[in-house]
Write a protein that binds this ligand. Sequence first.
Ligand code: K7E
Ligand code: CUA
Length: 670
Amino acid sequence: MKNLNFKYRLLFLVTLVFMMASCKPKNANNTISGDAAGKVYVAPGKYDEFYNFVSGGFSGQMSAYGLPSGRLLRVIPVFSVDPEKGYGFSEETKPMLNTSHGFVPWDDLHHVQLSKSNGDYDGKWLFGNANNTPRVARIDLKTFRTAEIIELPNSAGNHSSPFLTENTEYVVAGTRFSVPPDDVNGDVPINTYKKNFKGTLSFISVKKEDGKMELAFQIECPGFNFDLSRAGKGVSHGWFFFSCYNTEQASTLLEVNASQKDKDFILAVNWKKAEEYLKAGKGKKKSVRYAHNTYNEKTHTATSEIKTEVIVLDSKILKDICYFIPCPKSPHGCDVSPTGEYIVGSGKLAAIIPVFGFNKMLKTIQAKDFIGSFEGIPVLKYESVLYGEVKKPGLGPLHTEFDNKGNAYTSFFVSSEVVKWNIKDLKVLDRVPTYYSVGHLTVAGGDTKNPNGKYLVAYNKITKDRYLPTGPELSQSAQLYDISGDKMQLILDFPTIGEPHYAQIAPADLIKNNSTKFYKLDENKHKYASIGEGATKVVREGKVVHVYMTAIRSHFSPDNIEGIRLGDDVYFHITNLEQDWDVPHGFGIKGAANAELLIMPGETQTLKWTPDRVGMVPIYCTDFCSALHQEMQGYVRVSPAGSNVPLSYSLGTNIPKVEGEERSERKNKQ
Ligand code: K7E
Ligand code: CUA
């Protein structure tokens, strides 16, 4: 009997999955109206009005686009190596990708979050999550570079992350997979999930002045899956909301076993209360191991530190931190309205969208209007917390964002559409198809206290017929909608990098004038910097050779090096002496097993090279930097191990005498 039931459910789910794959919206052709081109046209030489920061999913990167043009401005490597920029290949950036597991050069980046002050974007930093080996990264928006990465202990699959409180007090991260905590023996049978597995929420503090992150504390919760989250804001500042699925606590065939219950939970966390407990010393120090990596802009070098302790608050013992709000059918998105009063849960398999009231939640807690408890945490009565349900919104709601006119926009994966509804009366106002199967959506400022409300972008999972075919894999598609009027209007398709999940849109004015144009040479504290060509040299330390090299239009100094032997490890420390915007020099060397360096003005970067054969090895600049860029090259001579060719290096003086003294003398005077 039980088995039959199981089979029936499986059949239902298989049908649903088929529906998911085959739901193509009607009217797929009449999508763009006449004035769309004018709306997205940004004339040559003009700037876009917005930056659009887009997660790259399994590319491990983020990308920055201009809106409304959809022009790709930059790819930012975060949890990935990037040979284009030398990120993860240069000696200076390798430590950024260090973890307690060692060097982990890939991850799955789902969510981006712009830093906030008073609930609005402040344009300082961008945060991103690593979904595989749990990490949170901070990108500096002055440089568009990854500045810091912190690993998260007691976690696995850092998915409901990184979400920020309204003044960036904390970056918060909930674990997707529950696992046995790091300080206990994890070598237990998988089917002891209920007993041994725990879910952990991490609160990372962010320093106001420089963005420096610290793992402030963790809250240990019952074991299930934390999916997404949002901070409260305005009235609900001080709280955090997490969508939870698999409250069935299954460890196998989740597509069936985690879809048993009619309702899962949204976990409401009173983090101000948690702070009080922390101050009162109620946390327990746990022994863990996690990496904390920081890039120093003065030394141009990242350092990685392994930390060994974290303070954990136990949600079972410490009352009044955690409450469960029942939420239908495996909620995915969990979004908070601009005022902070409404919390929207999006059950992936639900036919309604429940909207909860924050004040109703507080009253329910006060009245102890509980329907029971789950592992020691009170479960609030659904009807008491519910503000109302959006009826017949669509199929498979995932994510919701808000505009400045009291409207909400929800993405529907299964019915492949964006649906606009009013927050007050919960009436559906408009719906537009997406091409196809939208995941996340973002409204300009859509998660802030003051959304801009001009544009919405849908990030689609399936592209099919939207672009020229490119083999078995097609580019994922973003679609830009004008939402300034009553009706949403599709105005642009543009391809994206990797698989975008969440993205955010910020006014360009907030960011564009803060750009670092170059690094100041006189502030360069790199250990191997050469400040000026007079400081260049080549130094042998046993089998290690340090090359102190400079680059300036259009030569390296030195550009002739002899006396390198097989068995040496050679470190090229190259300082770009330029002090002007947009004049990087590159460095490539034949046979290098890593990548190029791309060195910004005033910066020093290091490429390690291990020669593998005797002979002549060219070096050259990889970035077209001047009319004589193609002349920016040199040679390294490699001799056998034990050779007595002396170590020598030069620029412009290594001239053959045989051709006649005149020429040699002339050259030497330069
Ligand atoms: Cu893609 Cu935010 Cu990982 Cu939804 S999640 S789609
Ligand atoms: Cu330097 Cu090309």
